[in-house]
Design a protein around this ligand. Structure first.
Ligand code: ADP
Ligand code: MG
Length: 765
């Protein structure tokens, strides 16, 4: 089928190929007997339809080719996909997995560990990859270190005892040369294979003194059973690959009980397999086509369900309404006029978009995204002032204590001429201060409260919270954002992030937000000159740093670790600090900053750095987010390979903030050099993010386990970006017509099953 399809495609462009089709069909007709009986008739018809085509006029030949494509699709659907037999017994798919066949309480406990709790979960435990046991072994094509999956003839099987070990060896051949399959201390293997003529096996190829060898391969005697594609699953201790396969195989007929969540018209529009064939096909594909199509459908389904749930959340959110804020903009205007600089056009645009949101009777739910140093804080301050002018309170949540107090100081300075009460609430606030501040918040005296996670504690309640702002959103989870939002009624929300998020990610992880991008830097900003320096040339960096310090610059010296560790060979912050104080920088003032220090000490050393009393600040990534020290123009990063590029970009964004020439040194030990070179020349946060997302996947990319959204089982945001856009479009169209999914109960049920918590929050909250 695949051959005819590609021939048709060629022939549509090039008429001379028509002859080739005829020859091919003629030869195919002779092999009709190999085709399954039930379809050999139709196969014959199919082949004959294309004979004599080269003599037809162009137009008619084309029509035939197009018809041919449709016929191929049909034949494939009928013959290359299949359904398992209908089960005799019924079962509740959502019953505990111990009720599945071959499971029981003993195995259930083990399955729990990999998140399989119901019968349905078992069916949705998809293979990680497949062994294709349909192809004969070809020893010439083997490569050491790669996985081989093949069927081969057995030459000899023997069992030996060496130093108390049992060694079973099977010699197999491809007809030209031999290779070895070896099992240690697995006597039972001998019993199983000693009489086998053919073995299907898989494993990693090794070179053993010039002989190809596979140790402990997966195998099956292949004398009677037809060759097939065999699934390989993620396992847990106590459950073997064979057992897992068996458990799924014996329960696979229950796919008949799965309800189709996707609307029929979408299945047709996107030409997808139905859910039963899909779940069957992902485990036990009847053909290459079956496997490919099952995968395609699952990718679509996964993305569609996520997009649909997010759009639903969003529509529900909007339908709840918001409180329109009434303001003239006097406070904000006064503040903006007091600034020592002019706003960039991008900042102006962001401010007016937010003004528009605030005055609408729909709660604002906006993501403000802008590269490090693009000036998001000013935009946030303007929004705060509008909301305060309308008589509401503002909560401003940030991920670290250091950043919270920096924002607090800055707000106090920026707004000193306005009569606004601002407080700082963090985990380090003293108990008496805490209760004073909480009291004041609940009375409504405090207009702006800046804080860390301390803000979402249960006992913090507001008088009339109108706006929630979250800085560096990527450091928080969705739940934390929602917890803070729930402290007011229909509050407006603004989240900010400097980690530029590729569109595919923002659609999946922030799909319920509107996005504003600040795509312009304040004038006069210079890019930090970024240099990759070998560790052996540290001394030269020391000299350069000394020269620059004498001109008044401040230096950040970054390490990925606080303390020395036996496990990883990394220069830790404390170690570097001690080295500097004793050695190269003994005549300078060196400071140390890391997350494990008490808060007052952190603030003290930051202040001394700000006042130039400390010249070199050795630090961990606590300074990564938001820290603003205008005279710091040098940053040295140890072990840059341990950071994500977006994170490195954040770090680099800490220097040169006053517009001076600045330098970022990456001290490398020679690993991941290519990635780092890309970083050296790239200053666009978006490109850096894309690059890293491709290399590391979304989990690593977001750099936080608490982003609160599920990992994809099967979709890949890079490879499947197109499918994502299609799924998004389909979900939008569907929900616009039926926002509560009243006429698609099975879809609603599936969304609830997967994203219940999220959807529920909106329903109650
Ligand atoms: P980020 O977007 O990384 O949070 P900030 O809001 O901290 O950036 O702003 C970075 C620095 O740039 C601050 O010192 C701020 O005062 C300054 N700044 C903001 N907007 C402008 C502007 N339009 N022109 C010049 N400097 C600006
Ligand atoms: Mg910031």
């Amino acid at each position: 089928m695949d051959t005819s399809e590609s021939l048709f495609k060629l022939a549509l462009k090039d008429r001379t190929k028509l002859r080739e089709i005829e020859t091919f069909m003629k030869s195919s007709l002779t092999s009709v007997n190999d085709v399954h009986e039930s379809s050999s008739d139709r196969f014959e018809k199919f082949c004959k339809y294309f004979l004599g085509m080269s003599k037809l006029p162009q137009e008619r030949a084309e029509t035939r080719l197009k018809n041919g494509m449709v016929m191929i699709e049909k034949l494939r659907k009928e013959n290359l996909t299949a359904l398992p037999p209908i089960p005799q017994k019924q079962i509740d798919l959502d019953a505990p997995v111990k009720f599945a066949k071959k499971v029981g309480p003993f195995r259930e406990e083990k399955l729990f560990r990999i998140g399989i709790t119901t019968v349905r979960d078992l069916l949705y435990h998809f293979p990680r990859l497949y062994d294709d046991w349909r192809h004969p072994l070809s020893i010439l094509n083997l490569r050491v270190g790669e996985r081989v999956s093949a069927i081969a003839e057995v030459v000899n099987v023997e069992k030996r005892r060496v130093k108390g070990y049992t060694i079973v060896t099977a010699i197999v051949t491809d007809g030209f040369s031999n290779m070895y399959l070896v099992w240690f201390n697995q006597d039972y293997v001998y019993e199983r294979i000693q009489d086998a003529k053919n073995l299907a096996f898989s494993g990693i190829v090794k070179n053993n003194y010039g002989q190809f060898q596979v140790v402990s391969p997966d195998f099956e005697v292949a004398d009677d059973s037809p060759p097939k594609i065999t699934p390989i699953y993620d396992l847990t201790a106590g459950i073997s690959q064979k057992m897992m396969r068996l458990m799924i195989e014996t329960n696979i007929s229950f796919v008949h009980l799965i309800k189709e969540p996707l609307p029929q018209y979408i299945i047709e529009k996107r030409n997808l397999l139905g859910v039963k064939k899909t779940v069957y096909g992902i485990h036990f594909p009847k053909s290459e086509y079956h496997m490919r199509e099952s995968k395609r459908r699952l990718v679509y389904e996964e993305l569609f369900l996520l997009e649909a749930s997010q759009l639903m959340t969003r529509l529900k959110f909007q339908s709840k309404g918001g409180i329109p804020k009434k303001f003239q903009g006097k406070l904000s205007q006064k503040f903006i006029e007091s600034l020592p600089f002019k706003l960039t056009n991008a900042q102006k645009r962001a401010i007016s978009e937010i003004e528009h949101d605030l005055s609408k009777p729909i709660a604002m739910n906006r993501l403000l995204q802008g590269d490090v140093g693009s000036g998001k804080t000013v935009v946030a301050e303007s929004a705060m002032l509008h909301v305060i002018e309308s008589g509401f309170q503002v909560a401003f949540m940030v991920p670290t204590y250091v950043l919270a107090s920096q924002h607090y100081e800055r707000l106090k300075a920026d707004l000193q001429s306005q009569d606004i009460t601002i407080e700082l609430l963090t985990g380090s606030t003293s108990p008496s201060e805490k209760s004073r501040i909480k009291e004041s918040i609940s009375r409504g005296n405090v207009k702006i409260v800046v804080g860390t996670h301390a803000l979402i504690q249960k006992d913090v309640s507001f008088n009339n919270l109108g706006l929630v702002i979250i800085d560096e959103q990527h450091k928080f989870g969705v739940k934390q954002r929602e917890a803070l939002m729930s402290k007011g009624k229909a509050v407006d929300t603004l989240v900010m992030t400097a980690t530029p998020i590729p569109r595919t990610l923002s659609m999946t992880y922030y799909g319920d937000l509107d996005v504003t991008v600040i795509d312009e830097m304040p004038v006069g900003r210079k890019k930090p000159k970024t240099l990759l320096v070998s560790n052996s040339r540290r001394d030269e960096v020391f000299e350069f740093v000394k020269k620059e310090i004498s001109k008044g610059t401040g230096v950040f010296w970054i390490s990925p670790l606080v303390e020395e560790s036996d496990k990883i060979d990394v220069k830790a912050a404390k170690e570097i600090y001690e080295e500097f104080v004793k050695g190269p920088f003994s005549n300078y003032s060196v400071g140390l900053l890391h997350g494990k220090m008490p808060s007052e000490e952190k603030i003290k050393v930051m202040e001394r750095f700000r006042k130039k009393e400390v010249q070199i600040l050795v630090s961990t990534t606590v300074i990564e987010v938001g820290i603003d020290i205008p005279h710091a123009n040098i940053m040295v990063i140890e072990h840059p390979e341990r950071f994500g590029l977006a994170q490195l970009h954040q770090l680099r964004g800490r220097i040169g903030r006053a517009g001076d020439k600045s330098y970022c040194f990456l001290i490398t030990t020679g690993t991941e050099v290519e990635r780092l070179r890309y970083f050296v020349h790239t200053f666009d946060g978006f490109s850096l993010s894309e690059y890293d997302l491709k290399l590391r996947g979304p989990g690593e990319f977001l750099g936080t386990r608490q982003h609160g959204l599920p990992e994809f089982k099967i979709a890949d945001l890079f490879k499947d970006a197109d499918v994502l856009f299609e799924a998004r479009e389909d979900a939008k169209e569907l929900l616009n017509g039926d926002p509560n999914l009243d006429s698609h109960p099975d879809l609603l049920e599936e969304i609830r099953r997967r994203y219940g918590e999220r959807v529920k929050f909106v329903e109650v909250g």
